[in-house]
Design a protein around this ligand. Sequence first.
Ligand code: ADP
Ligand code: MG
Length: 714
Amino acid sequence: GNESRLNAINEITNAAPFETSMTKPLKDIWACDVFGLEQMEESLSKSAFKAIKKTVQSGAVLEPAVADMVAAAMKDWAMTRGAKFFSHIFYPMTNATAEKHDGFVVTNSDGGAITEFTGSLLIKGEPDGSSFPNGSLRMTNAARGYTAWDPTSPAYMMHTANGAVLMIPSVFMSWTGEALDKKIPLLRSNSAMNAAAQKVLTLMGEEEIATLNSSCGAEQEYFLVDEKFANARPDLLLAGRTLFGASPAKGQEFDDHYFGAIPERVQVFMQDLEDKLYRLGIPAKTHHNEVAPGQFEIAPYFEAANVAADHQQMMMTLLKGTAKAHGFICLLHEKPFAGVNGSGKHVNWSVGNATQGNLLDPGCTPNENLNFLLFCGAVIRGVHKFGPLLRAVIASAANDHRLGANEAPPAILSVYLGTQLEKVFDDIRTGELHVPTTGGQMDLGLSQILKFDRDSGDRNRTSPFAFTGNRFEFRAVGSSQSVSGPLVAMNTMLADSLEWIAAKLETELQSNSDKTAAVFAVLKELMEEHSNVVFGGDGYSSEWHTKAVDERGLKNIPTTADALPAFKTPEVIELFSSTGVLSPVELASRFEVYAEQYVLSIEVEAKLVVEMATTMIYPAAINYLSSIASTGLQLEHSPADRVAKTASAMMASVEKLSAALEAEFDSEEAHMNFLASDVCGLMLEVRASADTLETLVADNLWPLPKYREMLFIK
Ligand code: ADP
Ligand code: MG
């Protein structure tokens, strides 16, 4: 019935304020639950510390004896803080985080408890985990999977109300050594990018070149809904989004929520969350209201990509857990409410090292400028060559609701450079940039040195991939997604482009002693080939949609069903195998897993639509009709007539949808295409009738919390 909805409204509006205490000063809690280099230095011998530091900073191999010492120190650190268990934490090919807890305890022959944690337990785990999707990489009879410690991401403690677990960031691989997770490709993509960048920088005459790494700063959007409402909505609980719901009379059109005062209850939640993040060394930096009512954003300061990716996963876990403790549910779904702004995760990305700094920063000297132009050119080439791959790594049933709707970046991958930089690259292409023959500095037509306004105010919000002064921002990533997929794609396409540039530059430098001229020659060729991907206009406009495809030859890839086959194209297979990031079988397994996820999530939603329409919405309509009938009023003169017709139309659509779910397919592609076209269409058909009923049936008989309630009542 409708009781749960009405009770929820009543309880929420009369709830006592959440009890809080003042938070502790930052210095008392910052990274206090992290076993980082500082803790290692305190507890290890000088030589052991030196060895582990080298491993952490440049990936050097760790001697087993040192691993034993680190394990002992880690165990002591954790146990004195109350931990009795440890866990390798890893990231399967879904967007999930997985862990398996093991006790430190073993018993001796007298039955006494002693504790044990050796280097080999630290380094290797065998969680089995045979039910994680593996895309045919493991036969069930050879389902053994291993986790292995990733020393480049620090171990930490996770507290619960009455205990603590030592968490050890790990990779996850099959018995035969294939990557079953999202961390291995990320680590490999970093080294591929580093190797290629070293070649380019060496050719550019750089003498000392430290290991390059990629950086990531991700802005996370999310919704908070009171859990009492959520509990009355099976769709929110099981699918993470509303499958039904008429638009409220007031939506986001006043923009009165965006950057507005944060509601007290949410502020308390945010501070609680941030303290938890600080304890884990996660640098939460900004938070504010987002466009939609009930929508918020949190952005940590950027970090090395591998650490940032682990921290992102932890943050999503903590967002959900902390929300629960505050009586909310946190929706990370890309589109929880139709007609209301969806949620994304902007992935800010750059590459750099300790000696040359951030290579996507134009810098203050001509030499830095040239390096910058090469790296920036490499990104342009990458997005052009591998646009469909970038679309594929952010593809999901949920993100399809955002991409291509006029609120999020379009499903066409283009690069926004800003007016100044766009002109520089255009002039390089047409040969208008003047390179003085006397050596010396290049004349960029602006000043001797490229200097950019960081143009933080006037950003192009409609571009999926935008240069923002010293980094690129991949804005089409979905809010619930792991950042690893996008980072892997970006690092790998960059590695490929830098390899291409290195080869061209080497040839050019043999015949041309002027470095600037050589760089410009290479970039001219690059831009002649790839300038079509650069676009500074309105990415939402219909002109762009036509022009991008017809004149620029770019692809518009609206759904996951259209996007995922990119993993099977020869150029993408070649990209990943030539860079050593993913072997062809590893890549193929990703296609299978992502396709399966897509099919499963749409099928779950479709079944929920059938169930909710049949067991909740139809009965509400019938109740309403019988309540009217009992008054003895004429059907023709009441809304009852429309209710009756709409309810039967809805059930007719439900029947078609149920039938569609029975269909069978002989390929994953055919199945995905059918879901994207027919099943999604039928779900919308059911919804249209249901949403009409919501506007007709008496409010006190409606079973599902309404949009206005979920979005506005806090
Ligand atoms: P916006 O104006 O896009 O909302 P924010 O300042 O909120 O910008 O967030 C930008 C994100 O980009 C932050 O996480 C920030 O730390 C990150 N960032 C800044 N510089 C870099 C960089 N060089 N590489 C990667 N990320 C960066
Ligand atoms: Mg941003």
